[in-house]
Design a protein around this ligand. Structure first.
Ligand SMILES: [Fe+2]
Length: 238
C-alpha cells in the first residue's frame, strides 16, 4: 500500500494546500501516481499555537472538509512537529502521533545541531512511549557535522526521506548508508501544492529499489477492518 508519510494536503492548516480545491488536486495527483494511503502532517509549531487542543480541532475541521471528496480515501491524521525547547514537556504531545499508531513525525530546526535537540527527541520517545520519525533527515546535511549525524543515528528513530532524494548525490549517499546500517526508512513527498512542491511519487517509483519502498509502506500496517467470522467448524472445535 503505497504510503505518503509526510505531506501538507490539509486545506488552510499551514503553508501547504491553500484551500479545498488545491487539497483535492494534490490528492488527485497522488492517486494518479499510485499513492494508496496518505498521512497528513500539517506543521505544528508550539510557539505559534494557542493550544494543542485548538490545533487538533482545526486539523479535524480541515480533514472533514475533504474527507468525502478525496480521490484517496485512506487518510490518516498526523503532524510535523517542530522540535523546540520544552516540546517534550507539552501535556498531550502524544496526541500528535499518527492516529492509532505510536509514530510521531518530528522536524529538527534548520541550523547547527545542539545537544538539547537530541534530549527533546529522546524525551518524546521515552516519556511518551512513541517512536520518532525524523522528517527529511537528508536536508540537515547542510547544517550538521558527521559527528552530529552519528548522534542521530544512535537513536531508535525512523528516518524519513523526501522522494527527490535520488536527485542529489550526498543525500542519496546518506540514504544508502542508513539502508546499509539497517535503519528504518520511510518516504514522503512533503508536497505543499500542485506547483513547485507538488506530489512526486513518479520520481521515487522510477529511481528507488522496490523493496525499500515496500519496507517504507509496511512500517504502519493497514487498518484491519476485517470482521472475524466464526464458522460452525470453529465453534465445534472449542
Ligand atoms: Fe513538511
Amino acid at each position: 500500500m503505497l504510503t505518503d508519510y509526510h505531506c501538507h494536503i490539509l486545506p488552510g492548516m499551514d503553508d501547504g494546500a491553500f484551500d479545498v480545491d488545491t487539497s483535492l488536486s494534490m490528492i488527485e495527483i497522488m492517486k494518479e501516481q499510485g499513492v494508496e494511503r496518505i498521512i497528513a502532517t500539517p506543521h505544528f509549531y508550539a510557539h505559534e499555537e494557542r493550544s494543542l487542543t485548538e490545533y487538533l480541532i482545526r486539523r479535524e475541521i480541515a480533514y472533514e472538509s475533504i474527507a468525502d471528496l478525496a480521490a484517496v480515501p485512506d487518510i490518516m491524521l498526523g503532524a510535523e512537529v517542530a522540535v523546540e525547547h520544552g516540546i517534550s514537556m507539552i501535556h498531550g504531545i502524544d496526541r500528535l502521533a499518527v492516529e492509532d499508531t505510536g509514530f510521531i513525525l518530528l522536524e529538527l530546526p534548520f541550523r547547527d545541531f545542539e545537544d538539547w535537540m537530541s534530549e527533546e527527541i529522546n524525551a518524546i520517545a521515552s516519556d511518551h512511549g512513541l517512536t520518532v520519525i525524523l522528517a527529511h533527515v537528508h536536508r540537515y546535511l547542510a547544517y550538521y557535522t558527521p559527528e552530529n549525524f552519528e548522534k542521530l543515528l544512535e537513536t531508535d528513530a525512523v528516518f524519513q526521506f523526501n522522494n527527490e532524494v535520488f536527485l542529489m548525490d550526498r543525500e542519496r549517499e546518506l540514504l544508502r548508508q542508513l539502508a546499509e546500517n539497517k535503519k528504518r526508512i520511510v518516504f514522503g513527498s512533503d508536497a505543499h501544492n500542485t506547483g513547485t512542491r507538488r506530489p512526486n511519487w513518479d520520481m521515487l517509483l522510477e529511481k528507488c529499489d522496490p523493496e525499500m519502498i515496500e519496507a517504507s509502506n509496511d512500517l504502519i500496517a493497514p487498518a484491519d477492518n476485517t470482521i472475524e467470522v466464526f464458522t460452525a467448524c470453529d465453534t465445534a472445535s472449542v
